[in-house]
Design a protein around this ligand. Structure first.
Ligand SMILES: [Zn+2]
Length: 131
């Protein structure tokens, strides 16, 4: 069992965008900064004109780790967690599990594409190799 995030006004677009296959990132309409984790007020210019927009869902592996420890009963190991620099959202990195690939094949600099895992009303972003 995986703990689910609580949906709030600021994070609902991020956690439910996968229902439409979209990775939704908060952007400030005033200064154009991407804001992640999402917030209702821009931390750069304090504007409340924050809106969520779909990004391409691709990015580049900044770093990653391979987990070999089953932290919960039934957890399948090994698996990789990747921190990915998002295309179209400067400065935003999204950490998520890598699926559909041998964890040993993940490398810094690889291009990744988002996919989603749905549990209840949450769509968890996951990364798969883009090639
Ligand atoms: Zn701003």
């Amino acid at each position: 069992m995986r703990p689910l995030p609580e949906l709030t006004p600021e994070n609902t677009a991020f956690w439910t965008g996968g229902a439409q296959g979209k990775l939704m990132i908060a952007f400030c309409a005033n200064c154009s900064d991407a804001i992640h984790p999402p917030q209702l007020i821009c931390p750069n210019c304090w504007s409340e004109a924050v809106e969520s927009r779909a990004v391409s869902g691709t990015g580049t592996v900044y770093t990653y780790t391979v987990n070999h420890q089953p932290w919960a009963p039934g957890m399948q190991v090994p698996f990789a967690l990747a921190v990915v620099d998002l295309d179209g959202a400067p400065g935003v990195r999204v950490t998520a599990e890598v699926v559909g690939a041998d964890p040993e094949h993940v490398a810094i600099g690889q291009t990744m594409r988002v996919t989603f895992a749905n549990i209840d009303d949450i769509w968890f972003p996951q990364w798969e190799l883009a090639e």
